[in-house]
Design a protein around this ligand. Structure first.
Ligand SMILES: Nc1ncnc2c1ncn2[C@@H]1O[C@H](COP(=O)(O)OP(=O)(O)OP(=O)(O)O)[C@@H](O)[C@H]1O
Ligand SMILES: O=C(O)[C@H](O)COP(=O)(O)O
Length: 400
């Protein structure tokens, strides 16, 4: 991988600062509604603590001004439950109180510092050298013997706690970061034929993935579904009906034209739905594409499409999923997601990217995938052939 990992770090008796991504959905009362991202870091944190590290944990929650912008006290309590070691909570991030909490740590003890985004600089993007001069990094770096970045899901952000420390402290990738990069940076080495199932509501993101993997020769087949599938249907000349068409255009005014260009160039590799399930006052109604348009929004793919897509996965070497095939949050429109993702899990090798996509698997109880990414935007960046600031700075640090 060309980046130092925990295998290269002599942990015992050292103070290690670790950036994790435990940014999670919160309930209306502000408590954690899902702890999947905390669970993801358990191995890295237990390893550092088992190996005698004094561990200062840095993390963000939400965005300034947003509903999920919150303190990390609940996160610390949950981490304590999940880890083999207690995790103290400190309601400061880099002030004298925070530095004192770090200095009090003994071997095998951890403290979770307060939400990094309570400080304005942390919600800005900087080149790494500038990030290294921010208050957060300047104050904390002298307290640390090493910095570990395990926050893959935030690796596309060039923010101080993500890119600043490697300019000042020896830095390493944590186990989550290591595994995510191993899988998502090496898609070209996975078994073929490679089948991408692109659905969901972020049509622009799905189009970027489709264009990138087709141009790079990575995709043998693309199965379109969700709102993305509706856009491809419209691009193929089908009148999808006003409710579905305006939903697409509200999201992305150029989506249908872009999808049409991809169909022109790569039509034989891109599958569009044969039928859809529309919502009639919340009830599911299956409609064949030949019977469109209808005056109701298409919220799932239909049963013929589900069967056709499931067949494709039977002979797939690799299945790569991004974006759920339907509005899985509603029972009536969860069928496509349940069946198509269920079939994808049987491919020889299977990878899932996207926060909502991973959430759909948990909600519907679908498992058996080889890799479920913790990242949304970061996974997308790698799937489209891009680089991640957090990773570039770890690489430069190791080459310096
Ligand atoms: N036909 C459809 N019409 C409207 N919404 C849909 C349709 N199909 C799926 N969705 C919605 O798409 C949403 C998820 O799509 P999205 O593109 O955000 O997934 P994702 O890539 O996993 O997300 P992220 O990585 O940003 O968390 C779900 O909330 C689902 O209800
Ligand atoms: O949930 C995420 O995608 C990461 O935690 C990054 O959060 P952000 O999009 O608010 O930077």
């Amino acid at each position: 991988m060309g980046i130092p990992t925990l295998d290269d770090l002599a942990v015992d008796g050292t103070t290690v600062g670790i950036r994790v991504d435990i940014n999670s959905p919160l309930s209306d009362s502000g408590t954690l509604a899902d702890d999947a991202r905390l669970r993801a870091h358990v191995d890295t944190l237990n390893e550092l603590l088992d190996r005698g590290g004094r561990v200062a944990i840095l993390a963000h929650q939400g965005r300034p001004g947003g509903d999920e912008f919150a303190r990390l006290e609940d996160h610390a309590a949950r981490l304590s439950d999940l880890l083999d070691h207690p995790v103290e909570y400190c309601d400061a991030t880099f002030s004298a109180d925070a530095r004192a909490a770090i200095n009090l740590l003994e071997d095998g003890q951890a403290v979770l510092l307060e939400n990094t985004r309570f400080y304005s600089e942390e919600y800005m993007e900087f080149p790494a050298e500038k990030a290294a001069e921010t208050f957060l990094v300047e104050r904390l770096a002298p307290e640390l013997d090493a910095y570990v970045n395990d926050a893959f899901a935030a690796a596309h952000r060039s923010q101080p706690s993500i890119v600043g420390f490697p300019c000042r402290v020896d830095s390493y990738a944590g186990r989550v970061m290591e595994r995510e990069l191993d899988v998502l940076s090496n898609i070209e080495e996975t078994p073929t034929p490679r089948v991408y199932a692109l659905g969901g509501a972020k049509i622009a993101d799905a189009l970027d993935v489709a264009e990138s993997v087709l141009d790079r020769g990575l995709a043998d087949t693309i199965l379109t579904s969700g709102m993305t599938g509706n856009a491809f249907l419209a691009a193929s000349g089908v009148d999808v009906g006003e409710p579905s068409e305006s939903a697409i255009l509200d999201r992305d005014a150029t989506a249908i034209d872009q999808a049409a260009e991809l169909l022109d160039e790569y039509g034989e590799k891109i599958h569009v739905p044969d039928d859809v399930a529309v919502s009639r006052d919340g009830d599911r109604e299956e409609v064949d594409v030949a019977d469109l348009p209808v005056d109701a929004p298409a919220l799932d793919v239909g049963e013929a499409t589900i069967a056709a897509y499931a067949d494709v996965f039977e002979t797939a070497g690799t299945a790569i999923l991004n974006g759920p095939p339907g509005v899985f949050e509603e029972d009536a429109f969860a069928l496509g997601t349940r069946e198509i993702f269920g079939a994808a899990a049987s491919a020889e090798y299977s990878i899932v990217g996207g926060g909502d996509t991973a959430a759909s698997l948990r909600q519907l109880g679908i498992d058996g995938f080889d890799h479920v990414s913790t990242g949304g935007g970061a996974a997308l960046r790698l799937l489209t052939g891009g680089t991640l600031p957090a990773v570039e700075v770890l690489r430069q640090d190791s080459e310096a």
